[in-house]
Design a protein around this ligand. Structure first.
Ligand code: COA
Length: 184
């Protein structure tokens, strides 16, 4: 579905959808699929949030996303570090796409959008409302449910479910202080 109301309006536009994606959930996939329909090219950018201690390395997160988005030809998945707006400019992206869930996201996202705009007025931040069924979802919540052996099959793509269970199993049998692979 390529912007039927305004054909061609966003077709030539590249957008960057940044996030930690540790791991990707169906909420992220919802934004990616809709973003892929709205923009000519969508770059899903796996970033590093210094305040987070990830379960999956950056390359694992890219791999999981690549598998889940294999049917979307105009979506590319990559990592980035440093400033998001600098990365967006390097990619020729005019838009940073962000998903908004509850009102609680708003203040943080508003602050980020304003700061990014100050840094790069030529890059526009655009928000997409998360679908109602994903409103409560976050990667941390998914990891917690999986750790407690709850059913995550409706919350994440199948490949993520499999890898997440494997990773948590490895962690649960690893000696204290040793994880299989440190996050990046
Ligand atoms: N569905 C489900 N969950 C969603 C979601 C959606 N549509 N959108 C966001 N989330 C969740 C994520 O899973 C994540 O959950 P978690 O906290 O449990 O891991 C949470 O919302 C926040 O996610 P995210 O959007 O990935 O934000 P982040 O704070 O981890 O930011 C970067 C990551 C890399 C995008 C950000 O730190 C960044 O831009 N860094 C670059 C440096 C820079 O330019 N800084 C800005 C200067 S103004």
């Amino acid at each position: 579905m390529m912007n039927e109301a305004h054909p061609g309006y966003t077709e030539g536009i590249t957008a960057v959808y940044p996030g930690s994606f540790d791991p990707a959930t169906n909420g992220h996939l919802d934004i990616i699929r809709r973003g892929a329909g709205a923009f000519g090219r969508l770059i899903v950018a796996v970033g590093i949030n210094a305040g987070k201690n990830p379960l999956f390395s950056a390359s694992e997160r890219v791999q999981l996303l690549s598998e889940a988005c294999a049917d979307l030809p105009n979506v590319a998945i990559t990592t980035f570090d440093g400033l998001l707006v600098k990365f967006a400019r390097q990619q020729g992206a005019k838009v940073i796409l962000k998903g908004l869930r509850a009102v609680s996201d708003f203040e943080y996202e508003f602050q980020m959008a304003l700061a990014n705009r100050r840094l790069a007025p030529d890059v526009e931040t655009m928000f997409m409302m998360t679908s109602a069924e994903h409103l409560y979802l976050s990667s941390s919540l998914v990891k917690e449910i999986a750790r407690l052996q709850g059913d995550i099959s409706v919350l994440v793509p199948e490949n993520v479910e499999v890898r997440l269970k494997e990773r948590l199993l490895v962690q649960s049998v690893a000696p204290l202080g040793k994880s299989e692979e440190p996050g990046v």
